[in-house]
Design a protein around this ligand. Structure first.
Ligand SMILES: Cc1cc2nc3c(=O)[nH]c(=O)nc-3n(C[C@H](O)[C@H](O)[C@H](O)COP(=O)(O)OP(=O)(O)OC[C@H]3O[C@@H](n4cnc5c(N)ncnc54)[C@H](O)[C@@H]3O)c2cc1C
Length: 441
């Protein structure tokens, strides 16, 4: 019996498009019809959820070959969702109809395409997909203690990891106090400096083949499957984002701060390089552990140090204060406010308000270090609706997950628990949870 094929079917049968196989195909779909013996295989190359390349191999009659050829033309360049919407009828329509007997027997191309897409999605779910050049399982924003720990552990768990640091590796502590001894790191008491600790973390990260990018992430976008991180060197796609961007002392509003904070005028925040204070008369202003630590970091560097603590609520263990009082060349002024910073082009003196005596007085200094309340670095979150607490710290659950699926936060961006060991532990928690999500679910 002669079958009446349309001209288009005949044309695709004689000159089939996209026949063959794809080297390193991302997905394969195979279907067969046991009644007429047709077998079809479709292979896909997918980038950013778009079908970049598609090839087929078909064993069967003219309509089986024509439908395979046609569907490759229809699907190429489409997103996976769009391609999933192509039906058997659409293929037949594009071919200007198929003989009724062939509609259900040889019209299998749509099924083969859907099967290939399902194969891709299944592999994605299991984390089996080969990742492209700028594609990663985990992308970490911030190379302080928290970020480096997350990077080392994620890569150790077999996750392809990239970490970005906009300033210098190691975060605020390594920048401001590279050489002080860390006294409250369990297991390493009195034995290690921030400089050595971070060197060791960084070595670990390199050994684990983490990709290190020394640059700021300027923009973060949430796509369905991958999140996009934009930096000067390019665009990076990651399945999981870890926000490890730390915190900084809040702008104090003290008169003169803005003028002298620019152009090395003599006002510094906690992330300054300590060599800037060599032999200078330095005033450290702030409350709590950070201010005490900052003052201690300048011992043996600055010519003299005056620690000015604001009001009475100076929450530091007594033993810390006792140790500080023994330091030569260091003066502590409690219940005293910094009112104004003065000078011509650089800091020359400050006005202080003694609350007990209700008296204003001046002292001569060359530099002011502000160790005021810490506020999280969350500019990168931009317009994303991520939940924060009343102080702006990013809120997380016990696995460090934020309110946005696939985005975690760790370290000082999440709270003012200002401890290296906590920041690092949170990095490890994220790595374990990311592994569970990407490889086991
Ligand atoms: C003076 C001082 C002394 C301290 N002493 C101790 C101590 O003795 N023991 C202790 O346990 N803790 C101490 N701490 C606390 C400790 O420094 C913090 O716990 C730790 O730094 C937190 O690490 P983090 O990675 O969360 O943040 P950070 O160290 O602040 O690191 C965050 C990093 O993210 C980077 N970043 C931000 N945004 C971006 C972006 N968009 N793209 C790329 N990179 C970005 C920043 O440049 C920064 O390097 C001290 C802190 C200070 C200030």
């Amino acid at each position: 019996m002669e079958i009446d094929y349309s001209d288009k079917v005949k044309e695709h049968f004689r000159n089939p498009r996209n026949v063959g196989t794809i080297k390193d195909a991302d997905a394969v779909g195979r279907v067969g019809n046991p009644v007429c013996g047709d077998v079809m295989e479709i292979q896909l190359k997918i980038e950013d959820n778009i079908i970049k390349d598609i090839k087929f191999r078909t064993f069967g009659c003219a309509s089986a070959i024509a439908t395979s050829s046609m569907i490759t033309e229809m699907a190429k360049g489409k997103t996976l969702d769009e391609a999933l919407e192509i039906t058997r009828n659409d293929v037949a329509d594009e071919l200007e109809g198929l003989p009724p007997i062939k509609m259900h027997c040889s019209n299998l191309a749509a099924d083969a395409l859907h099967s290939a897409i399902e194969d891709y999605m299944e592999k994605q779910k299991k984390g089996e997909m080969k990742l492209g050049e700028n594609e990663y399982d985990v992308g970490i924003i911030g190379g302080g203690a928290a970020g480096l720990s997350a990077a080392s552990m994620s890569s150790y768990m077999g996750l392809k990891t990239v970490i970005f640091e906009g300033s210098s590796w190691g975060g605020m502590l390594t920048r401001f106090c590279p050489d002080k001894l860390i006294e409250n790191y369990p297991g390493l008491t009195d034995k290690i400096t921030p400089h050595k600790l971070i060197d060791s973390l960084l070595n670990d990260v390199k050994k684990q083949h983490v990709d290190l990018k020394q640059e700021y992430v300027n923009e973060l976008e949430m796509d369905e499957q991958f999140k996009t991180l934009r930096a000067d060197s390019g665009t990076y796609k990651v399945k999981i984002v870890v926000l490890a961007s730390g915190s900084h002392p809040e702008k104090s509003g003290i008169s003169g701060v803005e003028k002298f904070a620019l152009d090395e005028g003599g006002v510094f925040y906690l992330t300054a390089d300590p060599s800037k204070f060599t032999d200078k008369r330095v005033l450290v202003y702030g409350k709590g552990y950070n201010a005490v630590s900052a003052a201690r970091c300048l011992v043996n560097i600055a010519g003299s140090i005056t620690l000015v603590t604001g009001d009475e609520s100076f929450k530091v263990p007594e033993q810390e204060m006792d140790k500080l009082e023994e330091v030569e060349g260091l003066k502590i002024l409690t219940s005293t406010f910094l009112e104004e910073i003065q000078g011509h082009t650089t800091v020359e003196k400050v006005s202080l308000h003694d609350l007990d005596e209700d008296e204003i007085f001046e002292i001569y200094v060359d530099a002011v270090v502000l160790a005021t309340e810490m506020v999280p670095n969350i500019e990168i979150i931009g317009k994303l609706e991520i939940e924060t607490d009343e102080s702006g710290f990013v809120q997380t659950d016990k696995y460090q997950k934020t309110s946005i699926p696939g985005v975690y936060a760790i370290g000082n961006v999440t709270s003012d628990i200002d401890l290296l060991v906590v920041a690092e532990a949170q990095g490890a928690i994220v790595a374990h949870d990311a592994y569970k999500k990407l490889r086991l679910s």
